[in-house]
Design a protein around this ligand. Structure first.
Ligand SMILES: Cc1ncc(COP(=O)(O)O)c(C=O)c1O
Length: 396
């Protein structure tokens, strides 16, 4: 029974009770083995609906970032109910896992290194819609070699990989460093056998998390102007540049309304973590007004003294790179620290007793998801579904 679950982690089997699953469908939430990833399905669905409506109102396509959740089930829901045209992945292995599980349209919104990985990407392009980013002619040459080699091996002359130029619009991560470099790279892609120039990626990660709306606006205005200048220069060089993709949960409304971006890559909107709840719009709301739909469910395993409780979710269950998790729904309670397997809670009103469950909102959802095997979807106090974290550990 448990062996089967391990053999096929991509097909979302209805898991049987066993050592490897935190819950069974139909269980009351109180019986979920903790720590576990909990999805409030009603809130999650409202988030999908909200983003679908907002992207439609902005007139841009949504390409949801699946690195956030790494789940084929969630990716498919984003593409059906949620209106997404496809998803983004950050790694080739992540794209492989999602494609194998039936996700047909993936942008690897990142650069990849080495011939072996380029070959794996070329194989993915044989089976579904795949695109990737580049910011250096060396990557273009490697990708072109991989695709032409696959063409020769398979006799498929039509095999083509879509490649986007990634420009640095302020994030100081990957991306070309100047307009001229972007134009030269777009031309190199256009002229490379087996590749098709497929547009521009311009993603400003740091801006997503600028809490102050005026400061965020200033940063994004600069980046949007640079993005428009780059797009126009590529067009002036004679290439079509119909796709400009980027943005995330903290900024999509601004890039989406700019008239420059055609596609937004938000991911965290589906779950909403504690850090995004600190980002403000000029109206004082959070961007998109998404709800917390995602929690690490913990249990109180010790109440060592007055006003104190200890939960069973530590560093192995919740990421703390964006701050400590926030205790949800227990008035006055707060997480004060985490160690490997424990979280310390202050509980001045003495509300927490042994065995009580606490919902923790992680500071950052992406690295938290990658710590677990399963999502437990709940509605009306009961477990409705178990979804595997399909691409857990697929960071290569
Ligand atoms: C390239 C790229 N696009 C989009 C996103 C999505 O951002 P978020 O989950 O913050 O909405 C990320 C996240 O880091 C990213 O790296």
């Amino acid at each position: 029974m448990t062996a089967n679950l391990h053999q096929d982690r991509t097909a979302s089997p209805a898991p049987e009770p066993g050592y490897d699953v935190p819950a069974r469908v139909g269980d009351p939430v109180s019986q979920v083995a903790t720590p576990a990833l909990l999805i409030d399905l009603d809130a999650f669905e409202r988030n999908l609906d909200r983003m679908r409506a907002q992207a439609a109102a902005l007139g841009v396509a949504l390409r949801a970032h699946a690195k956030m959740h790494k789940s084929a089930d969630i990716a498919k829901l984003q593409m059906t109910r949620g209106g997404a045209v496809g998803v983004c992945c950050q790694k080739v292995s992540e794209a492989e896992a999602l494609q194998r599980a039936g996700v047909g349209d993936i942008l690897v919104s990142n650069e990849i290194a080495g011939a072996a990985r380029a070959e794996r990407l070329a194989r993915l392009a044989e089976r579904g819609r795949i695109a990737v980013c580049a910011d250096h002619p060396g990557q273009v040459a490697t990708l072109s070699r991989a695709v032409t080699a696959r063409r020769a091996e398979t006799g498929s002359d039509g095999l083509t990989l879509d490649v986007l130029v990634e420009m640095d619009c302020g994030g100081r991560r990957c991306g070309t460093g100047s307009v001229a470099e972007s134009v030269a790279l777009a031309k190199a892609i256009d002229g490379a056998p087996g590749l098709r120039f497929a547009g521009l990626q311009s993603y400003f990660g740091r801006a997503q998390h600028i809490y102050d709306p005026a400061e965020r606006r200033v940063a994004l205005d600069i980046s949007i102007a640079l993005t428009a200048e780059t797009r126009d220069a590529i067009r002036a060089a004679g290439l079509a540049c119909d796709r400009v993709t980027g943005a995330g949960t903290g900024s999509f409304a601004i890039e989406g309304a700019s008239g420059v971006y055609t596609e937004i890559q938000a991911g965290s909107y589906a779950f909403m973590d504690a850090d995004y709840a600190r980002v403000r719009t000029p109206e004082g709301t959070t961007p998109g007004s998404f709800e917390h739909a995602f929690f690490v469910l913990a249990s109180v395993i010790s109440v060592p003294g007055p006003g104190r409780a200890v939960g069973d979710a530590g560093l192995k269950a919740v990421a703390v790179d964006s701050g400590l998790p926030v205790a949800h729904g227990v008035p006055g309670a707060a997480v004060t620290g985490v160690s490997d397997e424990h979280c310390n809670l202050s509980d001045p009103q003495g509300r927490l007793g042994l065995g009580d469950q606490v919902r923790l909102i992680p500071g950052h959802c992406d690295p938290t998801c990658n710590l677990h095997d399963w999502y437990v979807g709940v509605r009306n106090g009961r477990v409705e579904c178990l979804w595997p974290v399909t691409a857990r550990g697929k960071v290569f």
